[in-house]
Design a protein around this ligand. Structure first.
Ligand code: TRP
Ligand code: SF4
Length: 403
């Protein structure tokens, strides 16, 4: 929106303890964003219920641990608003309102719908909530009129859906009466054939998000010679919905895919049991790293190895400087160093990274009142921000009763 600092919104599901994968993949990015934008970070507890509705205890238990981990990692309540989704019912209200005009086919074609159902076969995900979850995410984003949404690769389709939903909303409810009349008059001036083409292409773009139709329509307008400047601007604007933009389209800020590998070289993930959690005991961290697998070719100390085939090397990429990299490359390939020796700098770096995080986490864990106050303030700020949007949305959808 013009005249406002760009807003960032992001959420995380409370499904367990945070680990180094979350820290390097998401949280460090949040820390950077909170210094540049007005940020809203929330605990996506309703989202967690869409897949964990049979085991809600995990959610309740993870919420506070997760907030403590955020704070310990450096998310700063003085610059970012931290809140819990279910405590801001405006998300649910907007979800219901958006659901009125969102075609079912838009939800069915979101890739995660089928993918996740296949991956999580042990759960029955043929539910209304699961189908609607990307739209709930759209409501999360649009309630704050966020312009940037940091997400991983797997979530880009959800931001894309959000853009289409916002566009359709503005198209249906953001038009100003005389704007439309002027645009319609200008379409008539295009002549019968081009007028019909314009209408068809516009509809294909606004209702199906067909970008080729948009490009074709623009090219057709460019070819029109006898058009006034006013009509030209009108027809270009009208093509994209025109009128008032009540819900601006957000942009995905793609977080580079996590460079943080797990202990076995696969992506760090709880389901692979290859994590180091942020609050893991130092002795356990050390043990996990000491026993993590290395290049299988190095059976004996005297066998040379290839760092690129070793998960420890992936850790060095995250934690070590050039000098150490060279030492590893040379030592590994010539069998000049042993694997335990090679792991030592990684062990030290991980422990050093975790130390201040764990100290802060321990403080917050002791001081639950402070944590609750931070979240309760955040929920209130979030409700105010979302409330402003909802007032406009209700009005636009014919629900602006004064009681
Ligand atoms: N769907 C996201 C996930 O599963 C979490 C999420 C919910 C989110 N709402 C959001 C992320 C809004 C960004 C913006 O990880
Ligand atoms: Fe891996 Fe280092 Fe051992 Fe080489 S020396 S196999 S890089 S742990």
């Amino acid at each position: 929106m013009p005249g406002r600092a760009p807003r960032v919104l992001s959420g995380m599901r409370p499904t367990g303890k945070l680990h180094l994968g979350h820290y390097h993949g998401v949280l460090r990015n949040w820390l950077k964003l909170q210094s540049e934008y007005e940020c809203f970070f929330f605990v996506a507890d309703w989202h967690a219920l869409t897949t964990h509705y049979e085991s809600p205890q995990v959610i309740g238990e993870s919420v506070w641990d997760m907030v403590i981990d955020w704070l310990a990692a450096g998310v700063d309540p003085a610059s970012a608003t931290i809140f819990i989704q279910s405590r801001v019912p405006e998300h649910a209200e907007l979800h219901v309102l958006l659901s009125m005009f969102t075609p079912l086919s838009w939800l069915e074609r979101v890739p995660s719908y089928k993918d996740q159902q296949e991956q999580l076969r042990d759960k029955d995900l043929a539910t209304y909530g699961f189908l609607g979850y990307p739209l709930l995410q759209s409501a999360d984003i649009l309630a704050y009129r966020a312009s940037r949404v940091p997400v991983g690769e797997d979530q880009v389709a959800h931001v894309e859906l959000t853009r289409e939903v916002a566009r359709r909303f503005n198209h249906l409810y953001g038009r100003e009466p005389d704007y439309e009349q002027l645009a319609e008059a200008a379409i008539k001036k295009l002549g019968k054939k081009n007028g019909k083409l314009y209408r068809d292409l516009r509809q294909a773009y606004l209702e199906q998000g067909d970008k080729e139709a948009l490009a074709t329509a623009r090219a057709m307008l460019d070819r029109q010679k006898n058009m006034t400047l006013g009509d030209r601007e009108r027809l270009f604007g009208y093509l994209e919905g025109g009128g008032r933009i009540i819900l601006p389209e957000p942009e995905a800020l793609l977080t580079p895919t996590a460079k943080m590998p797990g202990l076995d070289g696969r992506k760090m993930s709880k389901s692979y049991d290859n994590t180091i959690s942020l609050r893991e005991e130092p002795a356990v961290v050390e043990h996990k790293l000491r026993t993590m697998p290395t290049d299988p070719a190095r059976v004996r100390r005297t066998d040379p190895g290839t760092p690129e085939k070793c998960p420890v090397w992936a850790f060095h990429q995250v934690y070590s400087n050039d000098e150490v990299h060279q030492w590893v490359q040379k030592g590994c390939r010539s069998a000049g160093i042993g694997c335990i020796e090679c792991k030592q700098p990684v062990i030290e770096a991980v422990l050093a990274e975790l130390k201040p995080i764990q100290e802060r986490a321990a403080e917050f864990a002791r001081d639950t009142i402070t944590v609750k106050n931070i979240v309760s303030d955040g929920c209130q700020r979030a409700r105010e921000a979302a409330g402003e949007t909802l007032a406009e949305v209700r009005q636009a959808m014919g629900l602006g009763y004064a009681l």
